[in-house]
Design a protein around this ligand. Structure first.
Ligand code: DC
Length: 226
């Protein structure tokens, strides 16, 4: 029997972190938490309520009214995010949110709001969490840290296909611009920028099938747990 550990998966936008995290959670019977969904849901709230993100007291007041929770979708078996009781798992994937989320996630009080909840969720261990600062800031003592990467062209293609299904008017160029923009802000922001933790294992999945990437990651789990 494997002991319960914390697994962090960080990396660039759209390199398949959540796919791997869901695969691992299912294989191990762990909880999967999508930390990016929390920043996306906060962004959705700010857009809906026209919160001026340059006004810190407005941001603070708005955060006081934001309640985030995760609840499992019994069909998919994965947890989905709720904003003040409303399931927003699908709305937050829109490009409108993707275009604003990195600016929102760069605000210090937004990060402390989200990180405190993420750390509380990891108390019981047996969790896979993906994001940008999970192995460096949220769980610096995670037993297994994975840093994911993939070629830019491959990432653009994957995200384009995903978004195209919802919106056939989307262009490859829009998607490429958004990924490059988010990667830039996420890795250059002052607070908790995207970094590879010194003890993270790198997984480049540009040319791996989903089955192959899962196998590599599960072998790492075995090494860390025995
Ligand atoms: O993983 P994602 O693309 O859904 O994340 C959306 C944005 O949220 C991403 O551009 C950066 C931010 N984010 C973050 O700053 N820290 C995290 N732990 C997760 C996401």
């Amino acid at each position: 029997m494997l002991k319960n550990i914390i697994i962090s998966i960080d990396g660039w936008s759209s390199c398949g972190k959540s796919t791997l995290a869901k695969q691992m959670a299912r294989a191990l019977g762990y909880v999967y938490i999508d930390s990016g969904a929390m920043y996306r849901a906060i962004t959705l709230y700010f857009i809906r309520h026209q919160v001026n993100i340059n006004d810190l007291s407005a941001v603070e007041q708005a955060l006081n009214k934001v309640e985030l929770s995760f609840s499992p979708n019994h069909k998919s078996g994965h947890s989905e995010i709720y904003l003040n009781g409303e399931n927003v798992e699908y709305v937050i994937r829109d490009l409108v949110i993707a275009e604003k989320v990195s600016e929102v996630a760069a605000i210090g009080i937004v990060r402390s709001f989200a990180v405190a909840q993420q750390q509380a969720m990891g108390k019981q261990k047996g969790i896979v969490m993906d994001g940008r600062d999970i192995g460096t800031v949220v769980f610096p003592d995670a037993e297994l840290k994975i840093f994911m990467t993939a070629d830019m062209d491959i990432r653009v293609q994957r995200r384009y296909q995903e978004l195209y299904e919802k919106n056939p008017n989307i262009t490859i160029e829009e998607v490429r611009k958004n990924l490059a923009h988010r990667d830039h802000i996420d890795s250059t922001r002052e607070i908790s920028p995207l970094r590879q933790a010194a003890d993270a294992l790198v997984l480049d999945n540009s040319h791996l099938t989903m089955q192959e990437q899962l196998q590599i990651a599960l072998n790492w789990v075995k090494e860390r747990c025995l």
